[in-house]
Design a protein around this ligand. Structure first.
Ligand SMILES: O=c1ccn([C@@H]2O[C@H](COP(=O)(O)O)[C@@H](O)[C@H]2O)c(=O)[nH]1
Length: 240
């Protein structure tokens, strides 16, 4: 069904650029949000909170309802485990799976996803980190240098693309070229609460910098009117 926002139809390809994070602690709450957002949102993310609350099975219902589903588990383990978990995610029909952007982890996930439609994305540096947070983990080199390194390693591992901050997207796009995915959380419409995110940009800025898709959680799910919030983001994306 075509969405119309303020008299303008939202194209289907634009709708697929918005991934709404279902960060809830129960399947019932996530289902209520999906029902409320209806045809406005076509792509959902199941992350750690919902996954440990029984949400992985919700993906089956979402996929059956024609939605795309991103499983954001940020895997990092020995190669055999990552490869088998990735293959299991592919088997369940997920569209996107995240792993941390370490070379062995990404290579294992690439093997697990081989021959499937599952897009594996490597998480470069979390959008809630600044240089000091990264240094505290023992990483030598700031955020920009580390994202640069890890984006190149993601390309070389043969995975579909990366997760990065919208503020890194232009640099990452130049490294990955036009055919790989650049997906950015840390997106905040003008005036939205920043929360714990540190490297942020607006939806339009993220697309202009080279992002294919944006991930938005609280600015939609915690909004007084989540439908209006999602529609406003879609209108901004379509105008970008
Ligand atoms: O670097 C990252 C990787 C993943 N995320 C996830 O995206 C959403 C963002 O939610 P907001 O409420 O819009 O902040 C959330 O599920 C994170 O786990 C990220 O923010 N940054």
């Amino acid at each position: 069904m075509t969405q119309v926002v303020q008299g303008t139809p939202i194209r289907a390809d634009v709708r697929d650029k918005l991934i709404v994070a279902l960060d809830y602690n129960s399947v019932a709450a996530a289902e209520a949000a999906v029902a409320q957002l209806g045809d406005v949102v076509s792509f959902y993310k199941i992350g750690l909170e919902l996954a440990v609350s029984g949400g992985i099975d919700l993906a089956t219902d979402l996929i059956a309802a024609g939605k795309k589903v991103f499983l954001d588990l940020k895997l990092h383990d020995i190669g055999n485990t990552v490869e088998r978990a990735t293959a299991a995610a592919a088997e369940r029909g997920f569209d996107i799976l995240t792993v941390h952007a370490y070379p062995m982890t990404m290579a294992a996930a690439a093997r697990g996803a081989a021959g499937s439609k599952l897009e594996v994305l490597g998480v470069t540096v979390l959008t809630s980190y600044d240089d000091a947070d990264l240094a505290a983990t023992g990483v030598v080199g700031g955020v920009t240098e580390t994202v640069h390194l890890r984006a190149g390693q993601a390309r070389d591992a043969g995975i579909a693309g990366v997760i990065c901050a919208p503020t890194d997207a232009a640099m990452v796009r130049a490294i990955l070229g036009p055919d790989r995915r650049v997906v950015t959380p840390g997106v905040r419409p003008k005036g939205a609460a920043v929360g714990d995110q540190k490297r942020i940009a607006t939806p339009a800025e993220a697309l202009a910098a080279g992002a294919d898709r944006i991930v938005v959680g609280r600015p939609v799910t915690a909004a007084e009117d989540p439908v209006a919030a999602a529609q406003a983001i879609l209108a901004e994306l379509q105008g970008a």
